[in-house]
Design a protein around this ligand. Structure first.
Ligand code: MSP
Length: 643
């Protein structure tokens, strides 16, 4: 960490009684966008995440598997980190509440609060929900059950240490009202103020009937209550209790990002604990909305969990990031539906962004041998594209600035997509293929250069949102990956792409998803192409026919695609190995296909079918229920061209 105070950004630390789901992933993705955007702007950032390991449910899960809780937490930590890495989450520190530094911080803070006289022993009797890890008052229950989990809370009666939260009620209210601790969005701020005005009670912060936790420094037979323990992660990662210099440089947190269900812990209990110990309070708490599965809250306890890992394996991490960021307003609740996911993927990612890059790279190859030409005089159309690109940074910066009262990832992406669509229209209207035919070299050079430079700026501005896509895009434009190309200047200066640089061969960023049974999806592929005739004709020209690449292929392996009768996944040697999904499952058994020679269309645009990338098509006669594969009368070698 450098000498300058970093922008200190945190997410909630997750319970590890289950793996991440779409809801917990959503929070981490949003925080990651902010961290990446801040880094892009050039400031130092400290982005903290972690796991919350000392909970009743974590211990239960461990014991159910015959594991010591520590061994169980170690295993889960590996899996959590693997998922976050795959999702492109760029945290600078991943804290676990079983880390030594955390135990030191908890012990130090506990002692300090105790020294201030804010901790006392008393007998406690209350209703406790294990899933919330929280006490409820009788009146907060719904028909005697936890309002979130629908389960009956347990009555707990034991000697507990208490934290004198009530002493801080007035000061916390004043801090929130005066904006010394900003609570966003507005609806959460009002909720919190209402809770405080309803009266705050002291809270129990130790357990004697439970042994999985950090022992109380003043009474080793008690362990620290999981929430008191968990909140302290934010200062333990910053160095509290083990590295005072680091702590002085890092604290306070600039932004705690947490879900709406736990905002109250962060805006009431946490500031009170810090105030008691004489530490600075966090500057901003954002309580985001929930992602539901068609209206029902996703929860580890309820079990209706969509696995981010599964979706990532099928469609790539950025498709998931894009969908969650674009389809939900951060402060409000959102709904996950597979239909919307697929529609956004095909329309926004495959057709708009993917197609724009594909068109540009193809043009550079077709008209300029893969070398980016220099631009000439700027016309009005060029100017409006350039201005739209230069407007990206200020617009996105504002949408991501919480001091406006909200953080609007979906609006930032909408603004970016305005430029993507404008760039596609720019190509449609200026028709480079016509300029090529007319021999208007200067205009053609300008249009190609402007579209390429626009894509470069799009790559940079997209890098916080879709980091993998941004890298792939910039690489195809011939840009080196490095801080010199991912920085504020790269986002605010037009014309940085050097003329004369070589673009790579086109690789589709987002192969379109087609419906599971092989039918085209609801969103049609873009029909525009720089050299396609405007209308589909009944006959095709010889050139068009020649552009189709047919090769001899040998099936090396075949298996059924789960949950369909019709689809088979084939591994085919066509001179190079490729995977194809073919709708021949009702007529062929996989084991009968191995070693069979087939005719393959090898230059068909790849598509995703049931999450499998299908790179071509085997030719067959007949209809769905009776399909006959085309074959050969004599021997052929895999890869031979068919003429
Ligand atoms: N361990 C506590 C947090 C302690 S922070 C000092 C906890 N863990 S959790 O695993 O249940 O939730 C982690 C985060 O994910 C929380 O901010 C929570 O609000 C958020 N979400 C849990 N389910 C969610 C959705 N369905 N949608 C969006 N966010 C969700 O709470």
């Amino acid at each position: 960490m450098t000498g300058q105070k970093p922008y200190f950004l945190t997410t909630a630390i997750d319970y590890v009684n289950n793996l991440p789901h779409i809801g917990t992933a959503y929070e981490k993705i949003c925080a990651d966008v902010l961290a990446r955007f801040k880094r892009l702007e050039g400031g130092p950032v400290f982005f903290l995440m972690g796991n919350d390991e000392h909970s009743v449910n974590v211990k239960k899960e461990a014991l159910a598997r015959g594991l010591h809780p520590q061994a169980y937490c170690d295993r889960m930590a590996i899996q959590f980190r693997e998922i976050w890495t795959k999702l492109g989450i760029s945290c600078d520190c991943f804290i676990r509440t079983t880390d030594d530094c955390h135990a030191k911080a908890v012990t130090a803070l506990f002692r300090e609060i105790h020294r201030k006289g804010d901790i006392y022993l008393s007998r406690y009797s209350g209703l406790y929900c294990d899933s919330c890890e929280a006490f409820f008052r009788e009146k907060e229950l719904v028909e005697g059950k936890c309002p979130l989990h629908g389960t009956e809370p347990r009555r707990i009666e034991e000697d507990n240490y208490f934290f004198a939260l009530s002493r801080y009620a007035d000061r916390i209210e004043e801090h929130i009202r005066k904006g010394r601790i900003l609570v966003l969005p507005e609806i959460r701020r009002n909720e919190i103020l209402n809770i405080i005005r309803g009266g705050l009670e002291d809270i129990s912060i130790s357990r004697s009937s439970f042994d999985w936790g950090i022992p109380l420094p003043i009474e080793p037979n008690h362990v620290v209550y999981v929430w008191f323990d968990a909140l302290i992660n934010y200062i333990s990662a910053a160095g509290y209790g083990w590295d005072q210099d680091r702590f002085n440089r890092t604290w306070p947190a600039d932004l705690h990002i947490v879900g709406k269900d736990i905002t109250r812990f962060h805006c009431i209990i946490w500031p009170a604990m810090l105030m008691s110990a004489g530490l600075e309070i966090p500057r901003l708490v954002f309580g985001h909305g929930f992602v539901y599965l068609k209206g029902e809250k996703m929860s580890k306890t309820l079990g209706n969990v969509v696995s981010p890992m599964e979706l990532m394996n099928l469609f790539g991490p950025d498709a998931l990031r894009y969908y969650l960021l674009r389809d939900t307003s951060f402060g409000k609740d959102g709904n996950f539906t597979y239909e919307n996911f697929q529609e956004r993927y095909n329309r926004d990612l495959a057709n708009d962004l993917g197609n724009l890059l594909q068109r540009l790279v193809t043009m550079v190859h077709r008209y300029r041998q893969g070398i980016l030409p220099p631009p000439h005089e700027e016309t009005e159309a060029d100017e409006s594209l350039r201005k739209s690109c230069l407007g990206l940074y200020p617009a996105v910066r504002d949408f991501l600035n919480p001091l406006r009262g909200d953080i609007d990832f979906h609006l930032a992406l909408t603004r970016i997509w305005d430029t993507i669509r404008l760039a596609n229209q720019y190509i449609d209207h200026l028709a480079p293929w016509e300029l090529f035919k007319q021999g208007d070299q200067d205009r053609l050079n300008t249009v190609i250069y402007y579209a390429a430079e626009c894509l470069r700026m799009l790559g940079v501005v997209l890098s916080p949102f879709l980091p993998h896509t941004a890298s792939a895009l910039l690489r195809q434009l011939g840009e080196q990956e490095g801080p010199e190309n991912l920085c504020l200047e790269a986002l605010t200066q037009w014309g940085r792409l050097p003329a004369g640089s070589r673009v790579s061969t086109p690789i589709p960023l987002f192969p379109r998803i087609v419906e599971s049974e092989g039918k085209p999806s609801a969103s049609a592929p873009p029909t525009r192409s720089e050299d396609e005739p405007a209308a589909i004709e009944k006959t095709v020209s010889f050139e068009m026919f020649q552009s189709l690449e047919l090769r001899a292929g040998r099936i090396l392996d075949a298996e059924r695609v789960p949950k369909t009768q019709k689809l088979l996944k084939l591994t085919v040697d066509t001179g190079q190995l490729r995977t194809l999904v073919a709708g021949i499952g009702k007529s062929y058994e996989p084991e009968d296909l191995k070693g069979r020679d087939v005719v393959v269309v090898t230059n068909l645009e790849p598509v995703r079918i049931r999450g499998i990338l299908s790179e071509g098509m085997v030719l067959a006669a007949g209809s769905d229920d009776r399909v006959v594969l085309l074959g050969y009368a004599g021997p052929v070698e895999p890869g031979e061209k068919i003429r």
